[in-house]
Ligand binder design. Structure first.
Ligand code: ZN
Length: 113
């Protein structure tokens, strides 16, 4: 890794160094995680703004065509054990009767299992 480390957000010192995922400032002792600082916590929300997490159960809120097949994931389909991933389709899951596929979080709604 040869990328330049960002300066300390507290005192603007340029002498920051990295330990594992943390950046540490030797001047003021501030420690922070550069990923969290830059983008904030990566939060995936469903269609109505609930924060989703791995293992949640959701229902599909509109009919979704399955890419490369004639199958359709019907509105109301319950999907258990979602996994959040990065990308355009930010939910990885297995649809009953269809198989593994990616969903967009804006087309699902969190439900209690
Ligand atoms: Zn500092």
């Amino acid at each position: 890794m040869t990328e330049t480390l960002p300066p300390c957000p507290e005192c603007a010192s340029e002498f920051t160094y990295q330990v594992d995922a943390l950046l540490i400032c030797p001047e003021c002792g501030h420690e922070w995680s550069p990923g969290a600082e830059a983008e904030g916590e990566a939060v995936v929300r469903d269609a109505v703004g609930n924060v989703l997490s791995d293992g949640d159960t959701v229902t599909v809120i509109k009919d979704l065509k399955v890419k490369g097949s004639s199958s359709v994931v019907k509105v109301g389909t319950k999907v258990r054990g979602i996994r959040l991933v990065e990308g355009d389709h930010d939910i990885d899951c297995k649809i009953p009767g269809i198989g593994p596929m990616g969903l967009k979080s804006q087309f699902v709604k969190q439900v209690s299992d």
